[in-house]
Design a protein around this ligand. Structure first.
Ligand SMILES: [Zn+2]
Length: 105
């Protein structure tokens, strides 16, 4: 992540507030794992029309691994339509994390 809005004081405050509110990776949490979050991600990418400074509910705390994966796979313009399938794996109850996972089809 680089450039606007990540260089702004407003983002740093928002990011710190999110990590204080949700200090563990929300993706790993869905898999039943507790991993300390290092990054804060927009649930709706700015490139996809999402707000740069959404409320905390519009953000997602992520560990470095999940964030790197999401950045590499999901944050590409040609992949925006597939954002929902950005995360592989299953939730703690055994259902896939991604709503458009093949499991549901
Ligand atoms: Zn994670």
């Amino acid at each position: 992540m680089s450039g606007w809005p990540y260089t702004t004081a407003a983002w740093r405050r928002l990011r710190a507030a999110k990590l204080a509110d949700k200090p563990v990776c929300e993706v790993c949490e869905m898999r039943g794992r507790t991993v300390l979050a290092k990054a804060v991600d927009h649930r709706v990418a700015i490139a996809a029309g999402g707000p740069a400074f959404p409320p905390l509910s519009g953000l997602r705390s992520m560990c470095a691994s999940c964030h790197n994966y999401k950045t590499n796979v999901a944050d590409r313009p040609d992949r925006q339509a597939k954002l929902g399938s950005a995360f592989k794996g299953c939730a703690a109850d055994g259902s896939p994390i991604s709503p458009d996972d093949d499991w549901f089809q």
